[in-house]
Write a new protein. Sequence first.
Length: 458
Amino acid sequence: MRRGLSALALLACVTLARAAAAADQAALAINTAIDGPALTFDWPALEIGVGSYEAGPTGLTIVRFKNRAAVAVDVRGGGPGTVNTDILRLAYASSFIDAIVFAGGSSYGEEAITAVATGLKDIGARSAAWHDIALVPGAIIFDLGDRRLNDVYPDKRLAQAALRARRPGVFPLGAQGAGRMAMQGGYFGCQAHSGQGGAFRQIGATKLAAFVVVNAYGAITDRAGKLVRCQRAPGWGALDSVSALLQHLPDSAKPDWRAASVDAGLTRNTTVSLVVTSQKLPPAQLQRLAVQVHTSMARAIQPFSTAFDGDTLFAASTQETDNAELSPLTLGVVAGELMWDAVLASVPPEPSVAPPALIAVPPERLAGFVGTYTVGSLGRITVRVVDLRLTVEAIGKTPVYEFEVGKPRAVLPVSDREFVVDGRYHTRIAFVTDAAGKATGTVVNPGRWEQRGERIAD
């Protein structure tokens, strides 16, 4: 009994220590580099800044209007998180918005939005004069909870670093910026990584860009109606149409549903987006552009704007050009198609979910992995050997992906230190070892979205 109490006390001390460390983000490394594909375009009036804390991972994206812009907003879904959107609903005709900011971290990430405004003042781009106060609206996505098992969020320090690192004409795609830990398709159980997307087009003198961070409860859908990325349920067989899944609701949203006519954990979600044009538009037409494009997005994401989404779309005009040959109606239609392109561009490369060939691991090697580990700052797992097989279970109150609390799950070896769950999501766990072969830490889902942890002393 004493040993049990001692272990619990030790776990509590480690938990408190890691929570205190997580609360202080000053030591986190800032990344403002482009770490993947990017959309490039010729539009000097727009500057893009991105930043991430890879320890999350989480991040933010800034679209700066070099000479300010007129902006309208359309907010939908049951859980929006926005800053400074009320002033956009007053239909002022002047251009007074400096930037739009998208951030992870849920409501904690709202700090990053306001920090861009103070950052513009600090670098001398704006002042304390009434007509020169920096004004920066923005919106956040939920990328916390069981997605990354820590509470790192985009803060003032990260936001102002991203502002200083902004670039004209380059928008990073996929798992970068605010899309660093975005996901989509949770309604059908897809739990697939998404990110941020962008698209650009010029029609005569009119420039048009669409930017989006897809963190949707619905699934990204291509123009043929097919699922773009999903960790599929075994019972789906060859089914790949979103409409077929929708036709069989509510049964098709259940993980054990089987598609008879052909050979889907709750997550919180939001899609935040921005459409920008150089075309001069009065407030009413700019607001209509926001509504029209936002409505069109229900084709690219299905279902869209659910009770668990906080979808927000900003429509901006840099008021640079007149183009009598391009009507506001056609501009809205083109912008809707461009936004669909941006949604499709948000999907990042992801490793195959099919488990590789299995290998045999000697019993003495397996014994070196036995122990209790942290995963991020919020998760805990216990690793044991049962009948010459490694088992993993979550402890405490927080599941760790496919490792549930109080339910040991066998994992299959794919190398002498990496194992995989033979389940829908193929959760992987790798061990960091010392010279003697004893594990000192873990990496869950090694790669772009990994969560690292440490061994808790025996």
